[in-house]
Design a binder for this molecule. Structure first.
Ligand SMILES: [Zn+2]
Length: 127
């Protein structure tokens, strides 16, 4: 093998190696992505189990899962934030059904109860 042949052979082999390396890397990335997506799938199934357990046990006074109380507490916090948002937007909560109603409405569009009385009372208190 003369010098030129050796150079050609080296280049060819190196090129093949790089091609194989790239393919290996791509295969590896593909397999790792497969694992990741399967792990995501498992996480979603865990979350579904968690929701089911939560629904079954949320009304129990005592629970072996402190997470149930944490979730319940967080739901309450969300409700508080929602009512803050409603206040900011000029909405009020229907005292009967809890629906969000525009502050200037006289009737609840959901349950039909009238607000005039409550608002008059509030005005009297305000004065
Ligand atoms: Zn209502």
């Amino acid at each position: 093998m003369d010098f030129f042949d050796r150079v050609v052979s080296t280049i060819t082999n190196t090129g093949k190696d790089l091609g194989e390396k790239a393919k290996e890397t791509a295969d590896l990335a593909k397999l790792q992505m497969e694992i990741r997506s399967k792990k995501d799938f498992i996480e979603r199934q865990y979350a579904e189990i968690g929701k089911k357990v939560y629904e079954q046990k949320k009304d129990e006074a005592e629970s072996e899962f402190e997470e149930i109380f944490l979730i319940k507490h967080t739901f309450e916090e969300i409700e508080e934030i929602k009512s803050e948002i409603a206040d900011l937007k000029g909405y009020m909560e229907c005292p009967k059904c809890g629906a969000q109603v525009k502050a200037e409405d006289n009737f609840c569009p959901k349950c039909g109860s009238a607000f005039m009385q409550e608002r008059d009372d509030m005005d009297i208190i305000d004065l």
